[in-house]
Design a protein around this ligand. Structure first.
Ligand code: AMP
Length: 188
């Protein structure tokens, strides 16, 4: 299996690059943000609870996203591999993911970190908000809150994988195709 994490702040281009990676490597895409938005659309209890936090730009509890990932891994035992997008976002989630993958005799091969400045992220997300229909992309304060959550709670996850020699930084500003080439080089 090829298991990789596409890491980076909101607006770094994880969704765009995920699509290209999946097409090339036939991986299953696991985006906790997409899974949560689907729960909201279906009006589930989990979705309703998550929405309150997402609408404030805050992270949902670790147990919720870990449970969703656990289910998806179980459902896709025959997969060629997984691309984790927007997960893990805390060290606790990273530890849980390691434990889950180990129980399947698997592991993360590489974490690719898309690096983009805060000002560029803000501009991109405000622009995306014009068409994405995502309420959390349409308000500058909320976008800043999400970037702040990322900087305080999520950046330590990069150190977690760095300490395992699995972190590769990729410049996230530039042509989509050039960024993709840097990613494929990192996958090796
Ligand atoms: P995203 O689509 O990845 O930008 O996620 C949108 C929102 O969903 C985030 O601002 C969080 O509120 C929530 N979320 C998504 N993934 C996670 C995660 N791994 N841990 C906690 N909250 C998450």
């Amino acid at each position: 299996m090829l298991n990789l994490i596409l890491f980076g702040p909101p607006g770094a281009g994880k969704g765009t690059q995920s699509e290209k990676i999946i097409a090339q490597y036939q991986l299953i895409h696991l985006s906790t943000g997409d899974l949560l938005r689907s729960e909201i659309q279906q009006g589930t209890d989990l979705g309703l609870k998550a929405k309150t936090l997402m609408d404030q730009g805050l992270l949902v509890p670790d147990e919720v996203v870990i449970g969703m990932i656990e289910n998806k891994l179980k459902e896709n035992r025959q997969a060629a591999g997984f691309i984790f997008d927007g997960f893990p976002r805390t060290v606790k989630q990273a530890e849980a993911l390691d434990t889950l993958l180990t129980s399947y005799g698997e592991s993360i091969q590489v974490m690719i970190g898309l690096e983009v400045t805060d000002e560029e992220l803000l501009a991109r997300l405000l622009n995306r908000g014009k068409t994405s229909g995502r309420p959390d992309d349409q308000n500058e304060d909320l976008i800043r809150k999400r970037i702040q959550e990322y900087n305080s709670k999520t950046t330590p996850v990069a150190d977690y994988y760095r300490s395992q020699d699995k972190y590769v930084a990729v410049q996230g500003i530039g042509e989509i195709q050039e960024i993709f080439q840097a990613i494929t080089a990192a996958i090796g």
